[in-house]
Design a protein around this ligand. Structure first.
Ligand SMILES: *Cc1c(COP(=O)(O)O)cnc(C)c1O
Length: 405
């Protein structure tokens, strides 16, 4: 399939370019020292990750440790309530640790092991990436330093406990607003000092090349599995697929399986409380082009051109930019990006729990809400939605803030 001059037959091979560009987005905008570190990871990735040994080991880990393949579930009762459209869910909530993030963390951990690194370094905001990475570090016997702002440490006590139980070292970051941005800066500067023995692991399809490519490739297992399973289950392709977009890793993984197919693809951003800057994190819908955290993409900026403060009820979605590949897929018109606010998200959270017996993560609830809206606009056909994670982590917050609906 072709769109303008983009040929999707060989898309994954041609995008990104060898220096990490999806069109004008992506790249590697870091200090000279970190450039060397990124070049080392890129070289290792191209060599090691294409080797039979690496691929076989990752396959075995996915099957025996993560519990892959995760199933697709036909959401029959929900579909019946909505009319003629059939909705299906790819169950990443059933992946070990309860979300899709482990897919790239196990890949990154295995790469670290093959590169002979002793330690993995990362930042975390809500702690989900930290927990997935601490899990990978424990599995591979690697040291693990997770940088986290003091404010987030106080807010995310259960995830901090999980990381510590798994043996990770949680490094408190006390600079500035003491949240994700400061944690990213602190983790990057630690990495610049330690890169001979350590590898940095980014939590989404973000950051300098090769991370947007690597994380997408590791997550593409979601889309590849889903395509096969969906065809086996229904005899055809879905008409539409839907995934939520924070940094964009679960979406990139699902989309990778269907880019070359006649399937409508939707990414769903968090509209939070509304369209005012600061009330949402819908960067692809409201942002402009710019460089931050080592890559060029579409981002939300404040009046000084700095990353703007963002908000969403789903802490895994509140990042002021999205991966460069999403900016590219948006520009060429292959993927449509829409948004869903907090209220509809909470409704979808309870609706899926009540009608299907699946408690979705608040991040995933954005995708479910969008699929529900889409189904109401279509007369027939099918929608496959990526259930990126389970909602256990969100229950205390929801009960406290919204009560039982
Ligand atoms: C972190 C997270 C997300 C958002 O990250 P992406 O990189 O956009 O996929 C979505 N869902 C869940 C369950 C998460 O933990």
């Amino acid at each position: 399939m072709k769109l303008g001059n983009v040929d999707f037959d060989n898309y994954a091979k041609n995008y990104p370019s060898p220096d990490g560009f999806f069109g004008k987005y992506g790249g590697c905008y870091v200090s000279d020292e970190l450039k060397n570190a990124m070049a080392e990871i890129t070289k290792a990735y191209y060599e090691i990750c294409k080797s039979r040994k690496f691929i076989d080991e990752l396959r075995r880990i996915r099957k025996e440790f993560q519990g892959r393949p995760t199933p697709i579930t036909h959401l029959e009762r929900l579909s019946n309530q909505l009319g003629g459209v059939q909705i299906y869910a790819k169950r990443e909530d059933l992946n070990h640790t309860g979300a899709h993030k482990l897919n790239h963390c196990m890949g990154e951990g295995l790469l670290a092991k093959y590169m002979g690194k002793k330690k993995i370094i990362a930042e975390t905001g809500a702690g989900q990436h930290g927990v997935a990475l601490a899990t990978a570090a424990a599995y591979f016997g690697l040291e693990c330093d997770i940088y986290m702002g003091s404010v987030d440490i106080a807010k995310q006590a259960p995830n901090v406990a999980r990381m510590k139980i798994l043996g990770a070292n949680v490094v408190e970051v006390k600079e500035g607003l003491q949240t994700l941005k400061e944690a990213v800066d602190a983790a990057f500067s630690a990495y610049a000092n330690e890169y001979k023995d350590a590898i940095y692991c980014i939590g989404s399809v973000l950051g300098p090349h090769p991370f947007p490519m690597m994380v997408r490739d590791f997550q593409s297992v979601v889309g590849i599995e889903a395509r096969e399973q969906f065809i086996e289950m229904t005899g055809e392709l879905p008409d539409s697929i839907v995934a939520c977009v924070g940094g964009g890793s679960n979406a990139a993984g699902l989309f990778a399986g269907f880019l070359n197919d006649p399937v409508d693809i939707y990414g769903v951003e968090p509209l939070g409380l509304g369209e005012k800057l600061g009330d949402h994190a819908a960067s692809l819908s409201f942002g402009t082009e710019g460089i931050m955290h080592g890559f060029n993409s579409i981002m939300l900026k404040d009046e000084n051109g700095e990353p703007a403060p963002v908000y969403s009820v789903a802490s895994g979605l509140d990042y002021p930019s999205s991966g460069p590949e999403h900016a590219f897929l948006r520009d060429i018109g292959r993927v449509k990006y829409g948004y869903i606010g907090d209220d509809e998200t909470i409704d979808a959270f309870f609706r899926l729990s009540r009608t299907e017996g699946i408690i979705p993560a608040l991040e995933s609830s954005h995708a479910v809400a969008y699929a529900i809206k889409l189904a109401q606009q279509m007369e027939h056909g099918s929608i496959l939605v990526n259930l990126s994670g389970r909602g256990d982590k969100d229950m205390d917050y929801i009960i406290e803030k919204y009560g039982i609906r």
